[in-house]
Design a protein around this ligand. Structure first.
Ligand SMILES: CC(=O)N[C@H]1[C@@H](OP(=O)(O)OP(=O)(O)OC[C@H]2O[C@@H](n3ccc(=O)[nH]c3=O)[C@H](O)[C@@H]2O)O[C@H](CO)[C@@H](O)[C@@H]1O[C@H](C)C(=O)N[C@@H](C)C(=O)N[C@H](CCC(=O)O)C(=O)O
Ligand SMILES: Nc1ncnc2c1ncn2[C@@H]1O[C@H](COP(=O)(O)OP(=O)(O)OP(=O)(O)O)[C@@H](O)[C@H]1O
Length: 498
């Protein structure tokens, strides 16, 4: 694409070298630059991208964006074929340039941003599913990857959750080419702080909740909160959880656009209010109060917090102009994200539940919800995650103790650690580590198989912790792993024998 820098509607302070360039791709990492690229030199935690400008140009960058006037001027003498742009803020410029380069694709889609400490992945999946069911094909972007309305797409991941702006606008462009009409994305506080979504205007911004997290990055809760609040300064309308003490009030007081509020507690009035939540073996039934009417609703999801997540998806559809009756008609077909209270039906009325819960708090909440489901015995698998905090391991056992009929202790992502030491660390948290109902499994594969083999008629087998991204990290290598594939193969062999 030919770029005429002086005609760009984007502010820069100085330009050295040619004022026109033919640019084929965007990069913020010199190692990923190819012929005819533009390189954005960002100052990071460990490096300053300015150090890599020469590398980037040698690899084919024809335009470089940076902040150091002196350095860029000197480099322009060395590389006269290359354009050097001096700007105040590279990330800001990068986001706006990416949007322009990919034809402002985000403006041609309905865009929905989800922020909150918990529930972003789940809400994004519900919104994608609900809007697609309402005939608005919707893609999604977040921790579980990039999805069009039809399938998972393959991209090299630049970040765990919210992609860098160069990648983000590329994805929007691809979603449009695939005929999607909307995109829902998880917007992390870090992404907001790093201006990855700068320049976007979201049709709807969703808030789930706000509690302590990511202090290693934000340092203070106030900085964390203010980062999240930025999403709403870039949104036309908002869906707000009024039950959330962390940030609900701040939004009610400051947001001036159209707003839908939601709550699942009787004492907290909201525009969308769920009452009398009842867990059944197929999902959750509840009464929905909206605009003075009461609707009897069923959603194929489990856990009270997931009904709050469903309400936020309903609120989004309402703000996009859909009628409540049409929304509720399709709700029984709502799809859940992989690995978040994902239920797999086995033979003999056994059910396997996969859930990402990997903190003591999440495990406690999950056990509380799972136990509401009708079942005979509960078989629980917990894991120590080798690449995370070792202090958390015994705490998982403390939370699990006495909560299940059988407990299998296994390992997720051992990294460079001995898996047996990880298992020992978890088991140390039990007051009775030698209890006959505690089983050891030094790999996640063995953990899943042991748990399945303990299952009998009407049992629930709850497999927790996160084997995310389809792999186990072992000694620096990503070894492919899929709980679902192991479960499918196991039950297939059981059926064959039976
Ligand atoms: C902690 C953090 O904010 N990291 C981000 C940061 O990296 P950094 O500060 O370490 O970068 P750096 O190594 O100092 O390098 C500075 C610049 O020089 C470049 N460089 C570096 C070396 C080289 O040879 N050539 C080169 O060009 C780097 O690409 C970078 O642009 O800048 C990079 C891009 O410039 C980001 O991709 C990177 O995100 C990493 C991948 C990351 O893991 N971020 C996490 C913390 C994150 O964003 N998480 C959130 C929330 C997750 C959740 O849901 O909980 C997310 O949205 O994913
Ligand atoms: N609305 C909610 N309120 C409180 N907890 C929730 C809510 N939704 C989900 N959770 C809990 O948080 C866990 C993670 O959910 P989810 O992956 O959707 O959140 P997330 O914000 O995307 O987190 P991550 O970025 O770590 O994936 C779930 O397993 C569940 O235990």
């Amino acid at each position: 694409m030919n770029i005429y820098f002086e005609q760009l509607d984007l502010p820069f302070n100085e330009i050295f070298g040619p004022t026109t360039q033919y640019i084929t791709h965007l990069a913020y990492d010199s190692r990923l630059v190819q012929k005819d690229g533009i390189f954005f030199s960002i100052k990071g935690e460990n490096h300053d991208g300015h150090e890599y400008i020469s590398d980037a140009v040698k690899k084919g960058a024809v335009t470089v964006v940076g902040t150091s006037s002196y350095q860029l001027k000197q480099l322009s003498k060395r590389f006269p074929h290359c354009t050097f742009l001096v700007v105040d803020n590279v990330r800001f410029f990068m986001a706006h340039f990416s949007k322009y380069f990919y034809g402002n694709s985000d403006d041609k889609l309905k865009t929905i941003g989800v922020t909150g400490t918990n529930g972003k992945t789940t809400v994004a999946a519900y919104v994608r599913s609900l809007l697609t069911l309402l005939h608005l094909p919707t893609g999604s972007i977040g921790t579980t990857g990039i999805w069009s309305s039809k399938q998972k797409l393959v991209y090299a991941k630049s970040t765990p959750t919210t992609p860098e702006s160069t990648d983000l606008h590329h994805i929007f462009h691809d979603l449009l080419s695939l005929h999607d009409q909307a995109a829902v994305m998880e917007v992390s506080s870090i992404a907001l702080d790093q201006q990855r979504v700068e320049g976007m205007t979201f049709d709807v911004a969703i808030h789930t909740n706000f509690s302590e997290e990511h202090l290693e990055y934000h340092k203070t809760m106030e900085h964390y909160k203010q980062s999240k609040m930025r999403l709403f300064q870039q949104a036309k309308s908002a869906v707000v959880n009024v039950e959330d003490e962390g940030m609900g009030d701040d939004l009610l007081q400051t947001f001036t656009g159209r707003m839908v509020t939601y709550s699942i507690s009787e004492g907290v009035p909201a525009m969308l209010q769920a009452r009398y939540l009842t867990t059944t073996s197929a999902g959750t039934a509840f009464d929905l109060h909206f605009k003075g009417n009461r609707y009897e609703v069923f959603a194929p999801v489990y856990g009270d917090y997931n009904i709050a997540n469903v309400l936020s998806a309903i609120g989004t559809a309402l703000l996009l102009g859909y009628h409540i009756e049409n929304i509720l008609d399709v709700l029984p077909n709502l799809e859940s994200p992989e690995g978040r209270f994902q239920v797999i039906q086995g033979p003999n009325n056994q059910r396997v539940i996969l859930d990402y819960a990997h903190t003591p708090v999440a495990l406690t909440r999950l056990l509380h919800e799972v136990k509401k489901l009708p079942h005979n015995r509960l078989i629980l698998m917990i894991a120590g995650i080798g690449i995370r905090d070792f202090n958390k391991m015994p705490k998982m056992a403390r939370v699990a103790e006495g909560q299940a009929d059988e407990i299998v202790v296994t390992v997720d992502h051992p990294g460079f650690h001995d898996p047996n030491i990880i298992v020992d660390n978890v088991i140390a948290g039990f007051s009775d580590p030698h209890h006959p109902n505690i089983h050891r499994a030094p790999t996640r594969r063995e953990g899943v198989l042991t748990s399945l083999s303990l299952g009998e008629e009407n049992d629930i087998i709850l497999l927790t912790s996160g084997c995310i991204n389809g792999a186990q990290l072992v000694k620096g290598e990503a070894i492919p792993h899929s709980d679902e594939a192991i479960i499918d193969a196991y039950y297939a062999s059981v059926l064959l024998k039976g």
